[in-house]
Design a binder for this molecule. Structure first.
Ligand SMILES: Nc1ncnc2c1ncn2[C@@H]1O[C@H](COP(=O)(O)OP(=O)(O)OP(=O)(O)O)[C@@H](O)[C@H]1O
Length: 319
C-alpha cells in the first residue's frame, strides 16, 4: 500500500541566520515497500534520517527541504498531489503519532474536543455522533470515556500518548506512522503502549511504519525491520531473522533482549559517532566505524543487494 521509490530529502541551511548556505543530504535514495496490514520498523541512530522519512510521507517537512523520488500511497504519488487531495489523505488514509505527546496536544482544549477535530474537519461525524465516536476511541486505547472532559495536564505521559493514538485512529486510516511513540515513556508504560499498538493494528488491519532508535522495541511489534545509516538504508529483512550488515549487528547488540539469557550486550558499544551529513566519507559511509571494514570499503559505494527475504548493503554480505 505504501511504496517509496528512490526517496531523497535535502535541507538547505544558513538562509534564516544570514550565514553561509549549505545543504544537508538527510535521506539518500531510500526505496521501501509496505504491504497492507504489515508492520515495518525503521531503525537507526539519531540523525540517520528516520524522522525526515516519516515527515516526508505526509509532506510535513519545512520549506527548506527539497524532496526527490516518489511516495506512492495506494498507487497515488503523495509528492505531486494537490493540497485539497493531500488534506483528504492526511488523517483519513494515513496519520502520524509523534514522539512526546505532551507537545502535540493543545493545553487549553479538552481531550474529547481534540480527538473529535479530525472527525469534524473530514466531515465524518458531528454533534452526538462525534461524541459517541470519541468515547469509543478512548475505550479502544484503554482510557475511560469520561476522560473526554479532561485537559492534557490532568493526564499522565502514557495517557497522553494513548490520546494521540486515539486521534490517529479517529478517521480509520489504513496506515499509521509512529515516530518514536514510546521514547518519552518509562519502561512499564512503554510496554503497555506497545501492546496497545500491536493489538490495534492487528484488530483493524492497519499498516504501521514505526520509527525508533531501539531495535528491540521495533522487533517486538513489527514484521520486518529496515535499518538506516547516514540517510541510506543498509538492511531490510524479517524481524525474526539475524542481521547481516555490521552496522545493524552493532545496533542490535547495543540493546538487551529481556528474557533471552543468550543475549549479551556489546562490551563497548559502537565506537565513534555517525558522520556529519555535510561531510560524508567516501565509499560506504559506515566504513570508518566498521569493525570488519576492508580497504575496498573506503571507495566502494555499495547498493542494497537482495538475497531471499533480506537485503543488505555491504561488500561482505553474501561473500
Ligand atoms: N529542518 C532541518 N534543517 C536542517 N537540517 C535538518 C533539519 N531536520 C533534520 N535535519 C538534519 O537531517 C539529518 C537527519 O535528521 P532526522 O531528524 O531525520 O534524523 P533521525 O534519524 O530521525 O534522528 P532523531 O532520532 O534524533 O530524530 C540530521 O543531520 C539533521 O541534523
Amino acid at each position: 500500500m505504501l511504496e517509496l521509490e528512490d526517496l531523497s530529502v535535502t535541507y538547505r541551511i544558513g538562509a534564516e541566520s544570514g550565514g553561509s548556505f549549505g545543504e544537508v543530504p538527510a535521506v539518500r535514495g531510500v526505496s521501501l515497500k509496505l504491504a497492507a496490514g504489515e508492520a515495518l520498523g525503521l531503525a537507526g541512530e539519531s540523525g540517520s534520517g528516520k524522522s525526515s522519512v516519516a515527515l516526508t510521507l505526509l509532506r510535513l517537512l519545512p520549506r527548506s527541504a527539497t524532496v526527490g523520488g516518489r511516495i506512492l500511497l495506494d498507487g497515488e504519488d503523495v509528492l505531486t498531489m494537490n493540497w485539497g487531495r493531500l488534506r483528504a489523505v492526511r488523517w483519513s488514509s494515513a496519520s502520524i503519532v509523534f514522539q512526546g505527546a505532551q507537545h502535540g496536544l493543545n493545553p487549553v482544549r479538552r481531550i474529547g474536543d481534540q480527538i473529535a477535530e479530525p472527525l469534524l474537519v473530514h466531515k465524518l461525524a458531528s454533534g452526538a455522533a462525534a461524541d459517541t465516536r470519541v468515547k469509543e476511541l478512548l475505550e479502544q486505547v484503554g482510557l475511560p470515556a469520561w476522560r473526554a472532559r479532561s485537559y492534557p495536564h490532568e493526564l499522565s505521559g502514557g495517557q497522553r500518548q494513548r490520546v494521540m493514538i486515539a486521534m490517529a485512529l479517529a478517521c480509520s486510516p489504513r496506515l499509521i506512522i509512529a515516530d518514536e511513540p514510546t521514547t518519552a515513556l518509562d519502561l512499564m508504560v512503554q510496554a503497555q503502549v506497545l501492546t496497545l499498538i500491536r493489538q490495534l493494528i492487528a484488530d483493524h488491519g492497519i499498516s504501521l511504519l514505526m520509527i525508533s532508535h531501539d531495535l528491540s522495541v521495533l522487533a517486538d511489534v513489527c514484521d520486518r525491520l529496515a535499518v538506516m545509516y547516514a540517510g541510506r538504508l543498509v538492511e531490510v529483512g524479517p524481524a525474526g531473522g539475524k542481521f547481516e550488515h555490521p552496522y545493524s549487528q552493532a545496533l542490535a547488540a547495543a540493546f538487551p533482549t529481556v528474557g533471552d539469557p543468550a543475549s549479551r550486550l556489546a562490551p563497548r558499544g559502537l565506537a565513534g559517532d555517525p558522520p556529519d551529513p555535510q561531510q560524508l566519507p567516501g565509499g560506504c559511509a559506515f566504513h570508518p566505524r566498521c569493525p570488519v571494514a576492508l580497504e575496498t570499503c573506503a571507495s566502494t559505494d555499495v547498493q542494497l543487494l537482495v538475497s531471499g527475504d533480506r537485503a543488505a548493503a555491504c561488500v561482505l554480505v553474501g561473500e
